[in-house]
Design a protein around this ligand. Structure first.
Ligand SMILES: [Fe+2]
Length: 158
């Protein structure tokens, strides 16, 4: 099994254990949605689409696993490192890149490296793509506006 599929298998089994059906649905929709969006952005930006897909799958994992969203970026990063160590095919550098992006993804106002910024953008775009008529989440407004300006074909009339 390839490494992305193995990561998805692990994430799927964690999400299946989420007790609340609506939280479980949100977990699948959001983690897969960010993973796919990150893949597309990575291709556009000359970054590794496979690593982007993995980062998307793991970025909010502890929020769903524990039901507690507090400090979930750094906590999901630590959890991601633990999980990725047991999956064949990732180098130390690749695990570092994924974990750094996951750790920083909640800092939407801050600016980090290209891979960290890609995950933040994928997170914001997934919320938009899920339902374009919902207001952006708090803290996502500026980034969402910048992304939609850069992707005019994705914008829809109000
Ligand atoms: Fe997210």
């Amino acid at each position: 099994m390839n490494r992305l599929e193995r990561v998805r298998q692990i994430v799927d089994s964690i999400l299946r254990d989420v007790a609340d059906p609506e939280d479980r649905r949100c977990g699948f929709v959001h983690l897969y949605g960010v993973s796919l969006t990150a893949t597309l952005l990575a291709r556009e930006r000359g970054l590794d689409p496979d690593l982007a897909a993995v980062a998307g799958m793991l970025h909010d994992l502890v929020s769903y696993e524990s039901g507690d969203p507090a400090d979930h970026g750094p906590r999901s990063s630590r959890r991601a490192r633990e999980l990725l160590r047991d999956v064949d095919g990732f180098t130390v550098e690749e695990i570092d890149a994924i974990c750094s992006a996951v750790a920083h993804h909640s800092d939407k106002a801050g600016e980090h490296g290209p891979f960290e910024e890609l995950l933040k953008d994928a997170d914001v775009l997934q919320h938009y793509l899920y339902n374009t008529r919902l207001a952006p989440q708090r803290g996502h407004e500026d980034r969402r506006a910048r992304l939609l300006e850069a992707l005019p074909a994705l914008d829809t009339p109000e």
